[in-house]
Design a protein around this ligand. Structure first.
Ligand code: NAD
Length: 404
């Protein structure tokens, strides 16, 4: 038996066979500064013995970094086959997954051969699910290139595609063997995408890491405009950026590592994801995820203050942080009717309870299950009055997703 072989027990009686098996989940997230710099061996080390590599790469990332990737593999004398893909949210589908699987087959991918996946959350989610399905489970290695990817989509082990109008309806729990973290990719990430990722970072800070919240209050706008210090940032800012990214990932893993299959539905990291799933898809052009969740979080902060879980001063700090980063804090689409509809929908997803995560106080979390329709409507009216003078009261900066 090898070290990673499952521990298993078979119990046979006259009338039953019972199988119990415990399979380890073991994956590493590793920092590499310049993942495709020839002197860095981490990627080559994963593929040298196999003598080849299949890489699925986001098309924009390929345009920016494709030459560097090829030069890297040439330097290490490892033949590489690169498939560049453009996947919009509307193409996060089984059809795109099938296209990727066709590429696996054309390459003659062996079941034990890890696919290299380079891109944002869309590329890693769809290709990760293709790997989960291909021959019932093929390994993969992720190199996230967006802030969402670096601090969120590539951190745990969920992969998925959309189905019909339902986001992430088909998916799997399939951990990548390694995640190589290179925040240097943020040098080229457009600012609206950095802002999108910052919303998730503020999320985790608000309900689980008060120190990170303070860092984002002080440096958030600078992190946004400099691509986390990788575009015209001072060494000090780069250090702060590293600390913020590290803390976001560490906090998320501390919260989630014992709940990788999400069996516990009280999830701190679901702050901002109670009413936003309905809000995000309400307009004809969906709003960027970061803005949808910041509206939800700003509203939740107002709710938490009315319940006495945060002070008025803390509530205002939360509102100001989102607004200062150009994230929306309210929307004309956020109505009492939408909140009721969104509540009904999320209660179904969350096993019959609302489980609305709110700060209690900043840096800690509690879950609310007893929010009535009347309380939602009253809180909404108060919220709209409160935020009306903030610059992003109803329209965040670059808040609409691009067409497919
Ligand atoms: N699996 C999870 O746990 C999880 C968690 C969070 C989000 N997600 C999923 O992630 C997806 C969103 O991911 P995303 O925000 O990374 O979007 P994305 O993958 O679409 O990337 C955003 C845009 O940035 C471009 N891009 C990527 N890296 C770049 C770089 N370094 N320089 C320049 N441009 C670059 C892409 O081409 C794209 O246009 C959603 O589908 C969401 O459901 C999954």
């Amino acid at each position: 038996m090898t070290a990673s072989a499952p521990r298993a027990v078979l119990t046979a009686t006259a009338t039953d066979f019972r199988v119990q098996s415990w399979e380890p989940i073991d994956f590493t997230l590793r920092y590499v500064d310049g993942v495709f710099a020839p002197e860095n061996p981490q990627v080559a080390d994963l593929y040298r013995d196999r003598g080849r590599c299949l890489a699925i790469v986001d098309e924009t990332v390929h345009g920016l970094y494709g030459d560097r990737m090829r030069a890297y593999f040439d330097h290490h004398r490892i033949p590489v086959t690169i498939v560049a893909l453009r996947i919009a949210e509307t193409a996060k589908s089984l059809r795109t997954l099938e296209r990727i699987v066709d590429e696996f087959a054309a390459f003659g991918l062996l079941r034990t051969e890890p696919v290299l996946v380079v891109g944002g959350g869309l590329t890693t989610d769809v290709t990760g699910f293709a790997c989960a399905s291909y021959k019932r489970g093929t390994p993969y290695v992720r190199i996230p290139t967006t802030l969402i990817g670096l601090i969120d989509a590539s951190v745990a082990m969920k992969v998925a595609v959309n189905h019909g109008k339902h986001k992430n309806r088909l998916g799997a729990f399939h951990a990548s063997r390694e995640v190589l973290l290179d925040f240097g990719f943020l040098a080229t990430l457009p600012q609206p995408q950095v802002r999108n990722g910052l919303a998730e970072m503020v999320k985790i800070a608000t309900v689980a890491n008060a120190e990170l919240f303070g860092v984002l209050e002080k440096y958030g706008e600078e992190l946004l405009t400099t691509g986390f210090g990788h575009r015209d940032g001072t060494p000090e800012l780069r250090e702060t950026a590293h600390h913020a990214g590290y803390e976001a990932i560490r906090t998320m893993l501390e919260l989630e590592h014992a709940n990788l299959h999400e069996l516990d539905l009280d999830r701190v990291i679901a702050f901002g994801h109670t009413w936003s799933p309905t809000l995000e898809l309400a307009p004809d052009t969906p709003m960027l995820h970061g803005h949808a969740i910041s509206i939800d979080m700003a509203f939740s902060a107002t709710l938490a203050q009315r319940r006495g879980h945060v002070s008025a001063g803390e509530r205002d700090r939360i509102h100001r942080l989102f607004s200062g980063l150009g994230l929306a804090v309210d929307s004309p689409l956020l109505t009492a009717e939408l909140l009721t509809r969104a509540t009904d929908s999320i209660v179904q997803t969350r096993g019959g309870l609302l489980r609305a995560a709110v700060p209690d106080p900043i840096g800690a979390c509690r879950f609310l299950n007893d929010v009535t329709t009347t309380e939602l409507a009253d809180t909404l009216a108060a919220h709209k009055d409160l935020v009306t003078d903030l610059p992003t009261a109803v329209e965040g900066v670059a808040m609409w997703s691009r067409p497919a």
